[in-house]
Design a protein around this ligand. Structure first.
Ligand code: ATP
Ligand code: MG
Length: 339
């Protein structure tokens, strides 16, 4: 009955009005007409006073609490007359609780992610640190005087330290990418020239696996794009290194370009390696993800390369894609804005 404020105040006024009317009729000589007028006037007064009391002592305070608790303030006029305030509060509190629950879930996910992330970092660092320590201990144990191994072991220890530095550089970059503290230095440059530089730098790596690295079709012209040159170098270099590492011994790696419109160029790095299964295809962009966890050691990757590549491409407002077939090969591609 007293669900809405208007019900309460009207009920009070009607009850008050009736009592006054009965009292006037029983205890006074005033006629029915005048008695009704007086009772109605007093009823009106009760309506105004109870409305004021409700407003002052209930809704005003309730709003203070709601303000603090849920950061919401009701439109009091609407609340007073038309709504069931408790129904409104109930729905608001439910929404608030749902939001809290979601926030808690996200927080838990973030905590798990952080735990896993730190675990992965520790795991990746362990191998090169223990390897370095192993060489140093052997040298201290008399190896230093042994001309046959001393230089070789020092060189190997240095290689392991280089690996630690590479890993730390990758982690540093990922942290910057995550915190948005990653200013891109846009410039206009020739993409073909940049890919040639990548080919030159990786010539020896490709030779080790007897892989031919080339343009898919001989590019006749230059392709000018607007992007951060150093970062795009990193993207293409990472993709070509992967294509060589996971490509077929004696196979080929091709880089192709498609100008999709007069605004966008599509760059593809194609290999004829062992490919990636559908279930692993999207995961390869996750940090530390390696398809072949045991065999990966041989090739020495930490599984950060593609996540950095994707981050850089997306920081340019562009997209990254992959197509692959087990036993046939993979194509990693991304887009860039033409200058
Ligand atoms: P890093 O690049 O950090 O040195 P990584 O090469 O293992 O290490 P990513 O480049 O992120 O890491 O690649 C993740 C995984 O995806 C690789 O371990 C590999 O299993 C798979 N992968 C990447 N590129 C290819 C490819 N061209 N063909 C087949 N598998 C690939
Ligand atoms: Mg890689």
């Amino acid at each position: 009955m007293f669900k809405k404020p208007i019900h309460i105040t009207i009920s009070f006024s009607v009850i008050g009005c009736s009592i006054i009317l009965v009292l006037l009729l029983v205890f006074s000589d005033v006629g029915f007409g005048i008695s009704s007028l007086i009772a109605m006037a007093i009823g009106g007064l009760i309506f105004i006073v109870s409305q004021w009391v409700l407003d002052k002592f209930i809704f005003e305070r309730m709003n203070l609490i709601l303000d603090k608790l849920l950061n919401i303030t009701y439109e009091r006029r609407v609340l007073k007359l038309l709504d069931d305030p408790f129904e409104l509060i109930d729905s608001k509190v439910n929404t608030y609780l749902e939001k809290q629950e979601k926030e808690e879930e996200t927080l838990n996910e973030q905590q798990n992610f952080r735990r896993e992330y730190i675990g992965n970092i520790a795991h990746e660092l362990k191998t090169p640190i223990f390897t370095t320590q192993g060489y140093i201990l052997t040298l201290l144990d008399g190896g230093l005087e042994d001309e046959r191994i001393n230089r070789d072991y020092l060189r190997r220890a240095d290689k392991s330290i280089e690996r630690i530095i590479d890993l730390l550089d990758d982690l540093d970059l990922i942290t910057k990418l995550d915190s948005g503290e990653f200013p891109l230095e846009y410039e206009t440059f020739d993409l073909i020239q940049l890919v040639r530089e990548v080919f030159d730098a990786l010539e020896l790596t490709a030779k080790e696996r007897n892989i031919t690295v080339a343009f898919r079709t001989s590019p006749k012209k230059q392709i000018f794009v607007d992007a951060d040159r150093n970062r795009i170098y990193q993207v293409i270099s990472n993709l070509v290194v992967n294509a060589i590492k996971y490509g077929k011994e004696g196979g080929s790696v091709d880089v192709g370009f498609n100008t999709m419109s007069d605004q966008i160029v599509h760059i593809e790095v194609i290999d004829d390696g062992h490919g990636i299964s559908d279930e692993n295809l999207l995961k390869v962009f996750q940090r530390f993800y390696r398809v072949d966890k045991s065999g990966g050691r041989k090739q020495g990757g930490s599984g950060l390369g593609l996540s950095i590549v994707k981050h850089i491409v997306e920081a340019h407002g562009q997209s990254m894609n992959v197509n692959s077939k087990v036993g046939v090969g993979s194509t990693f591609s991304f887009t860039l804005k033409l200058a």
